[in-house]
Design a binder for this molecule. Structure first.
Ligand SMILES: *Cc1c(COP(=O)(O)O)cnc(C)c1O
Length: 377
């Protein structure tokens, strides 16, 4: 059976007690112990540590990412920052410069002040990555591909090889690629992270995150598990249920979003008023050859473009949107458009004239017409 079929059927779930095909929501925070030996027959004792609804969501992600284990978190940022909580004072971590701003904010505000030695490399520049890796000392390399908000591409196979040569672990925020298009663990990464708020849930109505791992015996994974348990960042049961429901349509949504985005990107590229279009599926994009190799079946639903001028001109373009909703976030069925710099919480390299779009599953003609309206062409 294909991965797509397994995902649609929530791994073939059938409830043993009722025969229900839709997984129940287990709200109980506590679980019964045996009278005889005081054991928990199902291995669960308290919801912050173990929950059946959470475990089904985790099993689906394990299957999607070719992982060995996964953990579901209360948000994407809780998942992304957990590995940094797992590092110890004096340990070295390398992160790519073009990154979701929330992770950068966390690392600058907390990891650096806690004594984690953080260094940066240019996104996608593997020579710089190699130079900055300190063999035997670097513990973690963190990157995103395609990376917010320019969708710069990193060659994961080579990045993993270089990282491992230095004795470090590679963690990839794969929120934008989704496991439909790229499975970083199959390409050598050690950890993969998702803001499940985005494509995995897909309906802009759940805040959730995932981490998945290839080798659960890693010391870092043990500490990440401890952190979720004692930092209290597990996902609630209702959210886990909604996430399971959302993931059933993941493949269909991502295929349509990728098709729509490619069409919009080609349209934008043909417009004279646009200085530059950032989309890894355009042959003119420097990341295209690698994206073609490591993204299967599409290039994702995220694209950005630069307008002539600055923030004022960008906001004028946005003010004319009627189909695209002016809002941050991504990965939902409805198309969103935003002035990216206004959403970011930390000093980044995002230009003031950059507009970011999360392309949804609407009829592409309506999206094209809206773009024409926005650009007045
Ligand atoms: C949104 C996002 C996050 C943070 O996830 P939340 O669910 O908002 O906490 C992390 N990484 C990427 C790439 C994101 O887009």
């Amino acid at each position: 059976m294909s991965r797509e079929t397994r995902t649609v059927q929530a791994l073939g779930f059938e409830d043993e007690s009722s025969g229900a095909l839709v997984p129940p929501v287990h709200f109980s925070t506590t679980f019964a112990r045996d009278a005889e030996d005081y054991q928990t027959p199902q291995g669960r004792s308290y919801l912050r540590c173990d929950g059946a609804t959470q475990e089904l969501a985790e099993a689906i992600l394990v299957d999607l990412e070719s992982a060995e284990e996964s953990m579901v978190f209360s948000s994407g940022i809780a998942a992304c920052t957990a590995p940094f909580h797992g590092l110890k004072q004096g340990e070295h971590a390398l992160i790519s410069r073009t990154l979701y701003h929330g992770v950068l904010s966390f690392v600058k505000e907390f990891s650096e002040s806690w004594g984690i030695l953080i260094d940066y490399f240019e996104t996608g520049n593997l020579e710089e990555l190699e130079q900055k890796l300190i063999p035997g000392e670097t513990r973690l390399v963190w990157l995103e591909t395609p990376a917010n908000p320019t969708w710069a591409i990193t060659d994961l196979e080579t990045a993993a090889k270089l990282t491992h040569q230095a004795g470090a672990l590679l963690a990839v925020d794969s929120t934008v690629a989704t496991p439909v298009l790229t499975r970083p663990l199959e390409l050598g990464a050690d950890l993969v992270c998702h803001s499940a708020t985005k494509y995995l849930n897909g309906h802009s109505d759940v805040l959730a995150g995932f981490l998945a791992v290839r080798d659960p015996s890693l010391e870092l994974w043990r500490r990440v598990k401890m952190h979720r348990k004692f930092g209290g960042t597990v996902l609630g049961s209702m959210e886990a249920f909604l996430l399971i429901r959302g993931m059933k349509t993941l493949h269909l949504r991502v295929q349509r979003q990728s098709q729509n985005a490619l069409e919009l990107a080609r349209y934008l590229e043909a417009q004279g008023s646009i200085n530059w279009v950032f989309y890894p599926g355009l042959e003119s994009n420097p990341g295209y050859p690698i994206a073609k190799k490591q993204m299967q079946g599409g290039f994702g639903g995220m694209l950005s473009f630069l307008v002539s001028g600055g923030k004022k001109e960008a906001l004028e373009v946005l003010s004319r949107a009627q189909v695209f909703k002016r809002a941050t976030s991504l990965g939902g069925v409805e198309s969103l458009i935003e002035h990216r710099k206004s959403s970011e919480t930390v000093e980044t390299e995002t230009p003031d004239n950059l507009i970011r779009m999360s392309v949804g599953i609407e009829a592409v003609e309506d999206l094209l017409e809206d773009l024409r309206r926005m650009l007045q062409v």
